[in-house]
Design a protein around this ligand. Structure first.
Ligand SMILES: O=C(COP(=O)(O)O)N(O)CCCCO
Ligand code: NA
Ligand SMILES: [Zn+2]
Length: 305
């Protein structure tokens, strides 16, 4: 069934598990996400960035919305990194049931103002809102403390931000970053900071930049002809700990991108004569389903639907 973000994330925070928020750009990615959620009886958030909306538009949104309506598990359609009030309102008109307004690059007061505008409009239409406080960005271990603080979400400020905006869930800057290169060795994620924020802020917390970028997938990508540097992501154990500390929504895009591309490259490399789209995108869909399954098991959302 198609539900709001609150319908999924409030139980997740209360139950100390997290729910995957997976980015989609086409039918096969959407099927991998929702079919796997149904197989594992897991709630799930399907999210589209503004780039995905530009790429797939209402056609793609309608694939998600229709599959969500027919689904046997709770599915929300979420706008990822909405950059403005207009963008958020447009997504709601398209049928999204959850929207992010990402005004985290503005000074605090402006972030509050922009976020509150979206919250008022979205709540009037029964839609949930995600906002962000702090600067997302990879933090290397060697970074000096005060520089870290400039980046990462301040717990006391988070209390004020949530009170003044009314946001339903909060994306916090905890050292993670988007993409395949999240740091060296075991990328830093500030679990102490997450715990502190969760003690002060009761709403569901959101972790961005949480792809695991598993080494075996990176190697398969290379073996199939892909070119990628020393890519590394967030450790499964760290995500499991973060879910215990109030992270309820975990964003995953890069892992799906790697899986889709690896699947396609492997077919084209192995069978140069192949030109049946189903034989090319089918295996990619299967590999993405494996990625989604692994993530749901790590986050603890299996059987929660
Ligand atoms: O936080 C994330 C996903 O982060 P990751 O790149 O770790 O999958 N997103 O918001 C997805 C869009 C960013 C581009 O990937
Ligand atoms: Na988001
Ligand atoms: Zn993000």
């Amino acid at each position: 069934m198609l539900v709001t973000g609150n319908d999924i994330l409030i139980p997740a925070r209360a139950g100390k598990y997290a729910v995957g928020a997976f980015n989609t750009n086409d039918m096969e990615i959407t099927q991998a996400i929702i079919h796997t959620a149904e197989k594992l009886r897991s709630p799930v958030m399907v999210q589209m960035s503004e780039g995905a909306i530009k790429y797939g538009g209402q056609d793609l949104a309608d694939i998600v919305i229709d599959m969500a309506h027919r689904s046997s598990v709770p599915v929300a359609l979420h706008l990822d990194h909405g950059s403005s009030y207009d963008s958020a309102l447009k997504a709601i008109k398209m049928g999204f049931t959850s929207v992010m307004i990402d005004a985290s690059h503005y000074p605090f007061e402006e972030n509050v103002h922009e976020t509150r505008r979206v919250v008022e409009a979205a709540h009037a239409m029964g839609i949930s809102v995600e906002a962000e406080l702090g600067r997302l960005g990879g933090i290397e271990e060697h970074v000096v403390v005060d520089e870290k603080d400039a980046f990462l979400t301040d717990p006391e400020e988070a209390v004020k931000f949530v009170e003044e905006t009314g946001t339903d869930y909060l994306a916090i800057a905890i050292g993670t970053s988007h993409g395949a290169y999240k740091g060296k060795g075991r990328p830093f994620i500030d679990l102490v900071r997450i715990k502190r924020i969760s003690e002060l802020v009761a709403i569901p917390l959101v972790a961005h930049g949480s792809s695991g970028v598993p080494a075996e997938l990176v190697q398969r990508f290379r073996d199939a002809g892909g070119e990628i540097g020393d890519a590394v992501g967030i450790a499964d154990e760290d995500l499991q700990q973060a879910a215990q500390y109030g992270i309820a929504k975990v964003n995953v895009d890069t892992d799906l991108r790697l899986a889709m591309t690896t699947g396609v490259r492997e077919v084209l490399k192995k069978n140069p004569k192949e030109f049946d789209p189903r034989k090319i995108f089918g295996p990619a869909r299967d590999l993405m389903s494996q990625v989604v399954e692994h993530k749901m098991r790590v986050l603890g959302s299996v059987g929660k639907a």
